[in-house]
Design a protein around this ligand. Structure first.
Ligand code: SAM
Length: 466
């Protein structure tokens, strides 16, 4: 019976925005997380149907002690699921009393809507869409192992290795216990969409990081060489930080900042499990980190992955297909913080390359933020044409925006994502010598901006992304 109570608690938590569905399931300590996750997802998918049936059967009016979320899970199991597991106890007896009425209400709903299958009662947005076809990407943590050893391990477990994929079609065709190497990222394994590796020993030991392909691109494109100094400005829960550490081979330094103490605690666990030893974690507002502090004088690389609306997140598309798009006010507030954070990052004196990324699909948080930063820093930074063969580009809202990358389930078989790579414009030495002779001929590397009063700097409605 505990599974029904646990599922009801997760549904209540999602509704009151205590966390994502997956986060609450895995944080619930329920032993069989896979079973719990499947039950909650299915109940959630049929939520409108269940609400209608429960209401027209008058279940909550008659059974006053039955809480709405538990009622929803139980009615799902009775009418649409596999029937009560493990006997069903007192709830089975209670629901059985209402079974005939509930079944009749479900049948009536189908007649009303002119459909015969339960699945056809789902609203279009709740039917399996492109997000459910996105493969399970698994990054091999090269701080602990290598792709060859990992591939051998899976082969010994009965998985069939299909080699390196040559196209997205190879990824789409994956099924059963087969897997591939991604065509673009050398350390990324690709499994069929429904593969769950949360309980896998290699994941538990930090040899594997479960990370969507789009979210692996920022560190890959920043590409800091070993021994360099890097800032990860909004770092928790730390998947990208651990990727950066792997690229640095733990040699060099990552200064990782985040405002959220709880997320920093999970981040510390994640980094320890992944064997990261080159990272200094700080609970700090990135906007309050001083670019003139001598500790950051060698920082040539910055990753900025700020709080965003999360409108491209796969979990959101799968778990809350009917979630509203972010309001204008919320987007405005988020974009304000993102613009301030990006402009602040560009003032670090040794900065050479910066990657800006979000898991949002909204122009306000993406192209508009990058355009604003370029306008504020004329002639100092330029957009790098990232991954020219990547099929999905930035929206053409300003000249050069196509150098940015976008990602989506439909076009790249990933979550919705945005990435821009900015690089400091090199001043040819002949000009810089002339400049020394003729001051004011070219703009100084980092033009001073007018000091503005800063609003509270935290990203509003911080989202637990990725
Ligand atoms: N890069 C992370 C990863 O890959 O695991 C995900 C980062 S998440 C999109 C954004 C993070 O920014 C949140 O953890 C949030 O707490 C943090 N944040 C928001 N405002 C901040 C600020 N002013 N300074 C530092 N971190 C901030």
């Amino acid at each position: 019976m505990a599974v029904y109570a646990a599922a009801a608690a997760v549904l209540a938590g999602v509704e009151s925005r205590q966390g994502s569905l997956k986060g609450l399931v895995y944080g619930s300590r329920f032993q069989n997380a896979k079973q719990l996750y499947a039950l909650v997802c299915e109940t959630q998918r049929y939520t409108a149907v269940l609400d209608a049936v429960i209401s027209s059967a008058g279940l909550l009016r008659t059974e006053k002690k039955l809480r709405p979320h538990l009622a929803k899970v139980l009615v799902y199991e009775l009418l649409l699921g596999r029937g009560f597991r493990g006997g069903g106890g007192k709830w089975k007896a209670l629901l059985t009393r209402h079974q005939a009425r509930l079944k009749a209400e479900l049948a009536r709903l189908k007649v009303q809507r002119g459909v015969s299958r339960n699945e056809d009662l789902l609203e279009v947005g709740s039917r399996p869409g492109p997000a459910s076809q996105v493969p399970r990407f698994v990054r091999v943590n090269t701080l602990k192992t290598c792709s060859d050893d990992t591939i051998d391990y899976f082969k010994r477990q009965g998985f069939s290795y299909q080699g390196r994929a040559s196209s997205l079609d190879d990824l789409r065709a994956l099924k059963g216990k087969s897997f591939l190497l991604d065509p673009l990222l050398p350390e990324l394994l690709v499994f069929p969409a429904q593969t769950d590796l949360h309980e896998h020993p290699l994941y538990q030991a930090g040899h594997l990081i479960l990370q969507d392909k789009a979210s692996c691109l920022p560190a890959m494109l920043l590409a800091p060489p070993p021994r360099s100094h890097v800032i990860d400005a909004c770092a928790a829960p730390g998947n990208k930080t651990s990727h950066l550490a792997a690229l640095l081979r733990n040699q060099g330094k990552i200064f990782a900042f985040d405002l959220d103490a709880k997320r920093l605690v999970s981040m510390a666990t994640l980094l320890a499990r992944a064997g990261v030893s080159c990272c200094e974690l700080a609970e700090k507002d990135f906007l309050a980190v001083s670019p003139s502090d001598h500790r950051y004088r060698q920082v040539q690389y910055i990753l900025l992955d700020p709080s965003c609306s999360g409108s491209g997140m796969l979990t959101r598309q799968l778990e809350e297909p009917r979630a509203d798009t972010p309001s204008k006010e919320r987007l405005h507030a988020l974009a304000g913080f993102q613009k301030r954070a990006l402009c602040h990052a560009l003032t670090f004196p040794s900065l050479q390359r910066l990657v800006y990324s979000t898991c949002s699909i909204c122009q306000e948080e993406n192209e508009d933020v990058v355009q604003d930063a370029l306008q504020q820093n004329p002639g100092t930074f330029r957009l790098v044409p990232a991954l020219p063969s990547w099929p999905h580009r930035g929206l053409s809202t300003f000249p050069g925006a196509e150098h940015c990358l976008r990602a989506s389930p439909e076009t790249t078989l990933t979550g919705g994502f945005f990435i821009a790579v900015l690089e400091r414009v090199e001043v040819p030495s002949s000009i810089s010598q002339t400049k020394a002779l003729v001051p004011g001929l070219i703009p100084s590397p980092v033009p001073k901006r007018k000091k503005r009063r800063r609003k509270p700097s935290t990203g509003p409605n911080t989202l637990p992304c990725k």
